[in-house]
Design a protein around this ligand. Structure first.
Ligand SMILES: Nc1nc2c(ncn2[C@@H]2O[C@H](COP(=O)(O)OP(=O)(O)OP(=O)(O)O)[C@@H](O)[C@H]2O)c(=O)[nH]1
Ligand SMILES: [Mg+2]
Ligand SMILES: [Zn+2]
Length: 309
């Protein structure tokens, strides 16, 4: 039998088989060893083969993992050498952020975007809770955010999960596809999922609990079926985003705006840090490339372990 992992708790997995039946599965011992460098050998979205187990008809054992089309991986915790796969076989990653409550970190977003590009996962950026930022005074921040990421080639959707604004745009992009919602805790990933797919009833946190105390409302990644076709994956919020397997000299290649500018650099192997005739630095000085995004780049190329997390 073949199926897709729809939930992973670490100790057991829920697998939806091709015939539509969901089984609660364990991993065959031998398979566990193959996930050498990751804390989780299997992630939501993984395609597996399995065999039924026991007599009650709702249990199985996973015997093998099919090759992944793509995945999102991050360094688990500070200074950890282990990696965690957030999800696999994703069509669209909706990276959810808010201008404030919790405040946006461009560095976090930029690390996330680089990883998604390395592993070939298309990203749409969702700016949620826009109902809180309606005043004219917020417009410059919103426009600045939009222009940074649109210049880099990303679609930016302004949303309010509470008021249903922008949610139709998000929903249209989800039909018939596998969508992953990720981002910091408390940005409203689960609320957005409920807005586009009310039958899911994902658990939503109370704002004070969600970010002031650093508690996560969603604790396991879980995949839900969309009635219109397709799947949504809700994930627990993440704080930091550690890069995996990316050498400093490769980072620019995965930042499209920076990469395009780098064609104008005097040296073909310019690192855009100290070289004369650097077109990237010139673009920062002229305001063509945002200083924040350049700063994210500098943090990602530093060899310092602290920043490569
Ligand atoms: N004002 C406003 N609040 C929102 C909006 N969307 C979500 N919230 C609130 O933000 C808080 C956190 O929402 P969740 O959906 O639990 O956030 P999450 O990203 O799933 O958080 P984790 O599961 O911890 O990662 C809740 O109090 C929501 O009601 C929105 O569009 N506007
Ligand atoms: Mg949640
Ligand atoms: Zn350069």
């Amino acid at each position: 039998m073949r199926g897709v992992v729809t939930k992973s708790t670490g100790s057991w997995y829920e697998v939806e088989c091709d015939d539509g039946l969901s089984l609660r599965c364990r991993l065959r011992g031998r398979l566990r060893l193959e996930g050498v460098r990751t804390t989780n050998p299997l992630a939501v979205g993984d395609m597996v083969t399995l065999e039924p187990e026991g007599d009650d008809g709702n249990r199985g054992v996973i015997t093998s993992l099919e090759p992944r089309r793509n995945y999102i991986i991050r360094r688990s915790t500070n200074l950890s050498k282990e990696a965690h796969i957030i999800a696999a076989n994703i069509d669209t990653l909706f990276l959810v952020a808010t201008l404030d409550f919790p405040p946006v970190s461009l560095e976090f977003i930029d690390r996330f975007l680089v990883t998604a590009r390395v592993y070939r996962v298309p990203v749409v950026i969702v700016l949620n809770k826009m109902d809180l930022f309606e005043g004219e005074e917020f417009r410059p921040f919103v426009d600045n955010f939009r222009s940074i990421y649109e210049r880099a080639g990303y679609k930016v959707v302004e949303c309010s999960a509470h008021e249903g604004r922008g949610t139709d745009t998000v929903k249209e992009m989800m039909i018939g596809r596998v969508s992953l919602f990720s981002g910091n805790s408390g940005v409203g990933k689960s609320t957005l999922i409920n807005a586009v797919a009310p039958h899911v009833e994902a658990r939503v946190g109370d704002i004070s609990a969600a970010h002031f105390k650093g508690r996560h409302t969603t604790t396991f990644s879980e995949m839900f079926k969309l009635p219109e076709g397709g799947y949504i994956i809700d994930t627990p919020g993440i704080k930091g985003f550690g890069l995996i397997d990316i050498e400093p000299e490769e980072v620019a290649r995965y930042m499209p705006d920076l990469f395009e500018l780098s064609e104008g650099c005097r040296f073909y192997n310019c690192t855009h840090t100290h070289e004369p005739g650097c077109a990237v630095k010139a673009a920062v000085e002229s305001g063509e490339l945002s200083a924040e995004r350049y700063n994210s780049y500098l943090k990602m190329v530093e060899r310092d372990e602290k920043y490569r997390l």
